[in-house]
Design a protein around this ligand. Structure first.
Ligand code: HEC
Ligand code: HEC
Length: 300
């Protein structure tokens, strides 16, 4: 072996060792971060003195993703099973293996609005950033609805992440909900459910977890590699909304899971929830999306 080759292979070996060490350190840091304790200011955890409505709670549970991930009964299910990634949502009824059996009011608010479990640790998969802006009435309605679900048996949560995702999480490329939430922002005042831009913006909060804070889409950091990138919902380059100039076309897509040309949209889009959205929500959402400032696809 000539000196140069030897030098290069030594250098490469050194790089490989360093890279290996970075992965090990990153994995350990990611695991520590998952166990970190987050304190939410107690004033933010007050149980909303609000008008809770079971019907509104049922509607939000069905249309904002809860039923999609925890099932309609609340018993939980396998949410992701892809390669080294396994996610099982917990039972949120009072049945066997309940995650909520000992919940008091502040625990519901901490989990839903702040993405923090009663033990102070972050939820990893549940998109609490989508729920942080729910009004007091709506949070109270969801809590009231879940609390009266009949107990069914279920499982405890499982969240197994690939090493690469743990490393990306350690270095902040993948974020948990608690990192994305402004924990001191006061709750959103109630918005009248009507075909208005204000209500459309309110409904659009349930799209940001996947389509990004600015709704311009792009790969969800840490998601399984086979998941397609959520589409650009702004009016910018590559906008998917160009296919939906009317609320009727948009509604047909949400209810069928198909584009106007008949092709199927990935089931990563939670059509189980979206097809339950009522006309007012869909029309308000459609008119709001038309007003988004144009952004290039993928900016999230
Ligand atoms: C994308 C799937 C998903 C959606 C949508 C979702 N959850 Fe979850 N939820 C989970 C998973 C997974 C966990 C386990 C914690 C984690 O994310 O690491 C969880 C945990 C919980 C917990 C227990 C937290 C603890 O103390 O351990 C509650 C309560 C809960 N979810 C309620 C809800 C409600 C109510 C909604 C709708 C407003 C909802 N979830 C929407 C997936 C989801
Ligand atoms: C769990 C993640 C998730 C959530 C929540 C979600 N989406 Fe999507 N969405 C996706 C993915 C992934 C795609 C890309 C699908 C594909 O390319 O087949 C997509 C695609 C779309 C498209 C493009 C359809 C087309 O013609 O190709 C529109 C429009 C859309 N979403 C609107 C919304 C709206 C509005 C909401 C909120 C009410 C929402 N999505 C919530 C993941 C999500």
């Amino acid at each position: 072996m000539n000196k140069w080759v030897k030098g290069t292979s030594l250098a490469l070996a050194a790089v490989a060792v360093l890279a290996g060490a970075t992965v090990l350190v990153g994995k350990a840091m990611g695991e520590r971060k998952m166990q970190r304790v987050i304190s939410v200011p107690s004033t933010q955890l007050l149980v909303p003195a609000a008008r809770a409505s079971l019907e509104q709670g049922r509607y939000l549970f069905a249309t904002r993703g809860c039923a999609d991930c925890h099932t309609a009964s609340g018993g939980g299910k396998e949410v992701i099973n892809s390669g080294a990634m396994l996610v099982i949502s917990p039972n949120i009824t009072r049945g066997a293996n309940s995650a909520t059996a000992t919940y008091v009011g502040t625990d519901w608010v901490r989990t839903l609005r702040h993405g923090v479990k009663p033990d102070g640790r972050p939820v990893m998969i549940m998109p609490s950033e989508d729920y942080n802006r729910l009004s007091n009435d709506d949070v109270a309605s969801i809590i009231a609805y879940v609390q009266q679900l009949p107990p069914v048996p279920g499982r405890r949560a499982t969240v197994q992440l690939p090493v690469a995702v743990k490393v990306l999480y350690a270095f902040g490329y993948v974020k948990d909900a608690a990192e994305l939430i402004d924990h001191v922002l006061p709750p959103q005042p109630p918005v009248l459910a009507a075909v208005s831009l204000a209500h459309g913006a309110y409904v659009a909060n349930s799209c940001v977890g996947c389509h990004g804070a600015t709704l311009s889409g792009g790969k969800i950091p840490g998601a399984p590699p086979e998941w397609p990138a959520p589409a650009n919902l702004t009016t910018g380059n590559g906008s998917a909304m160009k296919r939906y100039p009317t609320p009727e076309l948009f509604m047909a897509m949400l209810r069928s899971g198909k584009r106007p040309d008949g092709s199927a949209i990935s089931s990563v889009m939670p059509f189980g929830s979206l097809r339950e959205m009522n006309d007012v929500d869909v029309r308000a959402l459609h008119s709001y999306l038309q007003t988004l400032p144009p952004r290039a696809a993928g900016g999230r």
